[in-house]
Design a protein around this ligand. Structure first.
Ligand code: TYD
Ligand code: MG
Length: 480
């Protein structure tokens, strides 16, 4: 029998220590070191290196790059297009994927849908649920449409178990193309003296799953819970072990849910997958159907945002109401709170607006998140419009980064954004003055208005139309 050795793993940071201490030397947490027994051969190194990799590394000698054979089947699609897009075109055999997200966001539904699609093509897949019984999973599967339910039901294997050894044993027998473990927090190894969900169990079970993926070529997808702070449980610990980390985001009550790549060893992390939860599972959102609002409203501005290879027409909304001077609220949902505070300061200093005693709220419709500075101008105009009760007019989009000096700066990929906005029905665009020349190809299709600073942009705001339905106003006929 292999000799057992004891190490101490911190529940807070996952750091490995050779002896117990009251305070973790790595993160400073008190009473967080937990005993962790393992084979002497797979001892976790004191520097925190994962134990099982050592064995794998010595088994295969180093080879020159030129002699490495490319994988025979580089990727296979799950059939859920929006998920494949985030994965970089499909799953890479032998990869380990971590899917994280709030409870109730739709992680289990998405997995079951993806597995259902693969199974419907006649490929065996295994869904191991540690949270629900096979009966509950079956009930869920019955709600979800799949291309061929009979074929799916034959090749989609369900297992309700919390023992990682039994799950991997079943996977060895069934030889699925994809093994999904939902969720990693509730599975455990019975030979470890730690509770399921504790750092040492998470570390060990995830490592077992990753090693299984590497050694058999199976795609292993593990579901991870997020903490109250919104991080994946097991701070960075699981993220380091897997090849791909996907985050399922959005509010349970909002229309859209977004799958975002946080880390991807096989593709870009810029792509996002858009879904909508319906009565029969998650439906993929066709971004082409998103058009500017039919009615111009104060405080709403369209902004074509880049999401990987796509441009999505986001709507930034703002509300400005009376607050208390000195403790005015500034809240953003889907927009960066620091950036919003900066834009409010710019509007005060360079836009001539008095916002010190105003509560200001800004959000992005549909649950999208805007992190790029190119959205600054749209945020400024949404806040200014809400404050002044004015609007840019129907079908007008704004693009541009706003500097702290109030100047509107050039933005990358302007033509791509502008062309998409026009294709979706925008008839006028507010862009940085220095880049108007880049949009010559759009002449005749949309009015292009260049603005040099935020004050000029505010001058473009006009009165809200009194009638609900108005003919589309042209930007060039407005003030400014
Ligand atoms: P679920 O996939 O269980 O979320 P998670 O695994 O992330 O906790 O389901 C999320 C919610 O979606 C659940 O409250 C029920 C709802 N739902 C639908 O609205 N329609 C459906 O077809 C399904 C399967 C679930
Ligand atoms: Mg679930």
């Amino acid at each position: 029998m292999a000799k057992l050795r004891t190490s101490w793993v911190c529940d807070g940071c996952g750091g490995v220590q050779v002896r117990w201490a009251g305070k973790c030397p790595d993160c400073g947490a008190w009473d967080s070191l937990k005993e962790f027994r393992h084979d002497a051969g797979s001892a976790p190194a004191a520097d925190g290196a994962a134990p099982a990799w050592q064995g794998l590394a010595s088994a295969s000698p180093a080879v020159p790059l030129g002699q490495v054979e490319p994988l025979e089947a580089p990727r296979f699609a799950t059939g859920v297009g929006e998920l494949d897009r985030v994965l970089g075109g499909g799953c890479v055999p032998g990869s380990a994927i971590l899917l994280g997200g709030d409870p109730g966001i739709g992680k289990s539904t998405l997995l079951l849908q993806a597995l259902g699609h693969v199974a419907a093509l006649g490929t065996p897949v295994l869904y191991a649920s540690s949270e629900e019984s096979a009966h509950q999973v079956k009930l869920r599967a019955e709600r979800i449409e799949s291309p061929s339910n009979a074929e799916r039901d034959r090749h989609l294997y369900l297992l309700a178990d919390t023992n990682i050894a039994r799950i991997l044993e079943q996977a060895r027998t069934i030889k699925p193309a994809i093994l999904a473990i939902d969720s990693i927090q509730l599975v455990s190894r019975h030979d470890l003296d730690a509770l399921p969900g504790s750092m040492s169990q998470l570390r060990r079970c995830c490592l077992d799953a990753v090693q299984f993926a590497k050694s058999t070529g199976t795609v292993v997808i593990v579901v991870g819970h997020v903490t109250k702070e919104g991080d994946l449980a097991g701070p960075k610990l699981l993220e380091h072990m897997v090849d791909v980390v996907l985050s399922f985001e959005g509010d349970r009550h909002l229309a859209w849910r977004v799958v975002r790549g946080v880390k991807n060893r096989f593709g870009s992390t810029l792509e996002i997958g858009l879904f909508e939860m319906t009565g029969s599972g998650l439906e993929q959102v066709d971004e082409g159907a998103i058009a500017p609002d039919a009615v111009a409203r104060a405080g709403c501005v369209s902004f074509p945002t880049l999401a990987g290879s796509r441009v999505l027409l986001a709507e930034i909304q703002s509300l400005v109401v009376a607050g208390i001077l000195g403790s005015a609220k500034r809240k953003g949902s889907g927009v960066d709170a620091n950036r919003l505070a900066m834009m409010i300061a710019v509007l005060e200093r360079h836009g001539g607006l008095r916002l010190g005693d105003r509560d200001i709220y800004a959000s992005v419709a549909g649950g999208l998140r805007i992190v790029e500075p190119a959205g600054d101008l749209a945020v400024c105009l949404a806040v200014a419009g809400a404050h002044l009760d004015r609007t840019l007019g129907r079908g007008t989009a704004a693009i541009g980064e706003v500097a702290l000096s109030g100047e509107v700066r050039p933005t990358r990929q302007l033509l791509q954004r502008a062309s998409e906005a026009v294709r979706r029905g925008c008839s006028a665009l507010l862009v940085p003055a220095g880049q108007v020349g880049d949009l010559k190809s759009l002449a005749g299709k949309a009015d292009i208005v260049g603005v040099t600073n935020v004050a000029q942009a505010i001058d473009q705001l006009g009165a809200v139309p009194s009638a609900v339905v108005q003919p589309s106003p042209r930007v060039s006929t407005r003030r400014g």
